[in-house]
Ligand binder design. Structure first.
Ligand code: CP
Length: 324
């Protein structure tokens, strides 16, 4: 794997390979010594032009657990504020020896531009670009669904027949887009529920069912309900339901939480707006996978970095073959 830019073009075989390698990585994280020497001598640059807690720290933890050196770059406080371009920033980091660049950017397509530009030779991982995609989030979500569904027998399994309902601000959500494509590739049935003003215009080309009534969707039943964050920072006020309207009609409040089947998994990529799109009872319940998603994110990102930076020489060898 040269780059990881999206899930729309990720093959089923590559998706399952990442999930299966992530299983191996998760096993190594149960050991007393979590660190593997696999990427010793490699340098991973976290290039973040937008804020992040989970994704940036998770990539840092993943790279360090594989013994890579990590350089964290945040646009805030850097020469980007003096007008330095993406090209010059990336080339500066490449000159410091980056083998992989993990990039989050407000512009949809920035990771693909970087990967195809010839400015750098490093592998590129998309850590979220505008409203386009967030592939490692979808992979960690799929990993979490698969783990809850199949437990120890997860390896090699897809998500055939799993009924997943994604609720909220679809319009601005790169998490929703990446999940839709990956879940479809893995055989799940995806339904979107959102205010009509927060559904993308091109949704008819997506492999999903679309509805606007959360209570009706809950009554029909789902194996997974994924609540999305309301992205007020990307919202045009004129098109947004008020917060009160939003939580009344599309929030997972205590009544709707009680109406979900006990076996329904409740997911949220974080950060959560508690009391707006999700109530604390749901977020902190046994059905919630919010913290499992964070834990699994490290294993999935270890797998992505491993396949990017060591994948060719390890195509047939187990991870422990490189623990010398
Ligand atoms: N889910 C997610 O991308 O969270 P952060 O913005 O904290 O990285």
């Amino acid at each position: 794997m040269r780059h990881l830019l999206d899930t729309k073009t990720l093959s089923r075989a590559d998706a399952l390979r990442i999930l299966d390698v992530a299983e191996d990585m998760a096993d190594t994280q149960q050991r007393e010594v979590k660190k593997l020497p696999t990427l010793r001598g490699k340098t991973v640059v976290n290039l973040f032009f937008e804020d992040s807690t989970r994704t940036r720290i998770s990539f840092e933890a993943a790279a360090k657990r594989l013994s890579a050196d990590v350089i964290n770059f945040s646009a805030k406080g850097s020469s980007v504020s003096k007008g330095e371009s993406l090209q010059d920033t990336a080339q500066t980091l490449q000159a410091m020896g980056a083998d992989a660049v993990v990039i989050r950017h407000s512009a949809s397509g920035a990771p693909r531009t970087l990967a195809g530009s010839g400015w750098i030779s490093a592998g590129v991982v998309n850590a979220g670009d505008g409203t386009h995609e967030h592939p490692t989030q979808a992979l960690l979500d799929a990993f979490t669904m698969r783990k809850r569904r199949h437990g120890a027998g997860s390896r090699g399994q897809d998500l055939a027949g799993l009924r997943v309902t994604i609720v909220g601000d679809i319009l601005h959500s790169r998490v929703a887009r990446s999940n839709v494509w990956l879940l479809h590739t893995l055989g799940a049935q995806v339904r979107l529920v959102a205010p009509p003003t927060l559904v993308p215009q091109d949704v008819s080309a997506w492999p999903v069912h679309v509805g606007y009534d959360l209570d009706a969707a809950i009554a029909e039943g789902s194996d997974v309900v994924m609540m999305l964050r309301i992205q007020t920072e990307r919202m045009h006020a004129a098109f947004f339901p008020t917060e009160r309207e939003y939580s009344r009609y599309w929030g997972l409040d205590p009544e709707r939480f009680a109406a979900l089947g006990e076996g329904t998994m409740i997911m949220h990529p974080g950060p959560m707006n508690r009391g707006l799109e999700i109530c604390s009872q749901a977020a902190d319940s046994a059905q919630s996978t919010v913290l499992d998603q964070v834990t699994n994110g490290v294993s999935v990102r270890m797998a992505a970095l491993y396949l990017l930076l060591a994948g060719e020489r390890t195509a047939t060898a187990p991870i422990d073959a490189h623990t010398n």
